[in-house]
Ligand binder design. Structure first.
Ligand SMILES: NC(=O)C1=CN([C@@H]2O[C@H](COP(=O)(O)OP(=O)(O)OC[C@H]3O[C@@H](n4cnc5c(N)ncnc54)[C@H](O)[C@@H]3O)[C@@H](O)[C@H]2O)C=CC1
Ligand SMILES: O=C(O)CCC(=O)C(=O)O
Length: 528
């Protein structure tokens, strides 16, 4: 059998040698295809290899009747509709490590160019202006670099900036004080980083939680004259807010490799002399392009010829017999993880998963991975799946323990997820009720009975007359209908919880007003 592979973005010729050399693989390189042309052609191919230009939309995937694998020669998979790929049984693989070094080096190049106004001075000189006065820069030595997102690239940037004698302060949901100390950097909340830094560089994926992470409010708390670098993803910084902050002289300069809409030509930020920019070149080196092309080509060859892919982004693969037994628990396990991650404010160090009743009789590793997927997605994004979840948890220094117990507390099956941080232990239990579907039956020490779906609001409060009424009245004022409500308490007049399901989107809920009500200790909004 011959497998047909389409390469639709420019990839390194050296990097695709594994594909060219494989006996049963035929390679077609056709770049610059329009979406319509790609849609028309894709049905003939078993594999598609892309960089970031090709948008692999649901429409393209739906037309790809033979497609088995999509390879992304790079990290970010935001140009590929992962849900559509998973739904169509197409595995997506990426090359997470191959361009780390290049992206980190590009960030350093941008940082130094920004500090010394090199692009502006070059531009002036090219236009016959010998202007030394307008291009006075600042030193990096003894300045503070704030790193938001200390993953592969963020950590490499931090290590290099130390070599420039900079002080580093970083925030990452998986960074602990101990880890920061080992790396010789300061650990802070995102606010600490924004307040203390002279230069701020972002290295997160673009997620719901990181979209416009650097917005007008964030600029307000930064130092006057701060300088900003984005070599990660357009959209992490609110471009309108950045524009205003530069015009108002709050921000002295910005270096951008990425934009909300690419290609970004005629962008208003590019009109500002304080902004220097490159057209998404972070990974554009001979070495990175060779590395990422080799990594995805190897994975495509392995996968098409019956082997395992090393860097799957979405692969669900469990033996059929086991699948039949555990499938009903898949959604519950992910939702328990997703629920618990919203209740956890500090860095998660340990996860304990207790399987009871009929669940104690089967192989539960896929459920553990699925629970971790629910836990990790909030901070690591959609590329977390049940294949890479355990690996990512391990990489983030989280200890994961599975426990099987016979104690079911009256349920035929019970799944309990417990997370431990330095400051707290939180837990949630769920079950499948015969004929009634999934239920959350316990949160910390409180028994509840909540369907784990929709828009949930979890409120900790003091068990006092009027507390529940005040919440109800405030939601009524905001025209928000309460669909279900559960209350639980430890003892009379002590700590208590409310779990509400509301009919409106959580964005329409004024969390601050709820938080400000008398006897309310904390409110968390959770979309399940
Ligand atoms: N400009 C370019 O050509 C390139 C851009 N990239 C982009 O750079 C970014 C980083 O890539 P990697 O370091 O390889 O990814 P990574 O997954 O190793 O690191 C991302 C880090 O962001 C952290 N994070 C998630 N939410 C956060 C939040 N709200 N606040 C702070 N940190 C948060 C995660 O915990 C993780 O440690 C990605 O967006 C990637 O697509 C990557 C390569 C080249
Ligand atoms: O393919 C490219 O050049 C972009 C690389 C990138 O942005 C990524 O790997 O996330």
């Amino acid at each position: 059998m011959i497998f047909k592979v389409l390469i639709s973005d420019p990839l390194s010729e050296e990097g695709i040698q594994p594909l060219r050399e494989a006996d049963n693989i035929e390679v077609t390189v056709e770049t610059n295809l329009s979406p319509e042309q790609l849609k028309e052609k894709i049905g003939q191919f078993d594999a598609l290899l892309v960089r970031s230009q090709t948008k692999v939309t649901r429409e393209i995937i739906s037309s790809a009747t033979n497609l088995k694998i999509i390879g992304r020669a790079g990290v970010g998979v935001d140009n590929i509709d992962l849900d559509a790929a998973t739904e169509h049984g197409v595995i997506v693989v990426n090359a997470p490590d191959g361009n780390t070094n290049s992206a980190a080096e590009h960030t350093m190049a941008m940082l130094m160019s920004l500090a010394r106004k090199i692009p502006q001075a070059y531009y002036a000189l090219k236009h016959q202006k010998w202007d030394r006065k307008s291009h006075v820069g600042v030193e990096l030595k003894n300045k503070t670099l704030g790193v938001v997102g200390l993953g592969r690239i963020g950590a490499e940037v931090a290590a290099r900036a130390k070599g420039q004698r900079m002080k580093i302060i970083a925030y990452d949901p998986f960074l602990t004080e101990e880890k920061a100390e080992k790396m010789g950097i300061d650990y802070g909340t995102v606010e600490d980083v924004l307040r203390k830094a002279d230069f701020i560089t972002v290295h997160t994926p673009l997620l719901k939680e990181t979209k416009h992470l650097i917005n007008a409010d964030a600029f307000k708390i930064m130092k006057d004259g701060v300088q900003i670098i984005n070599c990660a993803r357009g959209g992490i910084i609110d471009e309108d807010a950045l524009y205003d902050a530069i015009v108002n002289k709050k921000v002295a300069g910005a270096a951008l490799d990425v934009f909300e809409e690419e290609p970004a030509v005629n962008h208003k930020l590019l009109e500002l002399p304080e902004v220097i920019a490159t057209p998404h070149l972070g990974a554009s080196t001979i070495e990175a392009q060779e590395n990422v092309a080799i990594d995805v080509s190897d994975d495509v060859v392995n996968f098409l010829t019956g082997g395992l892919a090393r860097n799957p982004v979405n692969l669900p693969s469990v033996p059929k017999e086991l699948m039949n037994k555990i499938e009903p628990y898949f959604l519950l396990s992910e939702k328990l993880g997703a629920f618990l991650t919203r209740l956890t404010v500090d860095v998660i160090e340990e996860v304990n998963i207790y399987y009871s009743g009929e669940l104690a009789e089967v192989e539960v590793a896929p459920l553990t991975r699925n629970t971790l997927k629910g836990l990790l997605k909030r901070h690591l994004g959609e590329h977390v799946n049940d294949v890479n979840a355990s690996f990512l948890a391990d990489k983030k220094g989280i200890t994961v323990n599975e426990h099987k117990t016979s104690s079911t507390k009256g349920f035929t099956n019970l799944l309990t997820v417990e997370v431990k941080t330095k400051k707290a232990t939180r837990l949630v239990s769920g079950t499948l009720l015969n004929g009634l579907g999934a239920r959350i039956v316990k949160v910390d020490n409180y028994s509840v009975d909540v369907v784990p779906e929709g828009h949930l609001v979890f409120i900790r409060h003091k068990d006092q007359p009027g507390a529940i009424g005040r919440v109800g009245s405030l939601l009524a004022e905001q025209n928000i209908n309460i669909a279900t409500m559960q209350v639980g308490r430890s003892d009379v007049g002590g700590d208590a919880i409310m779990m509400l399901t509301i009919d409106k989107n959580l964005e329409e809920l004024d969390l601050e007003k709820l938080n400000d009500l008398a006897d309310i200790y904390g409110v968390v909004a959770i979309d399940l």
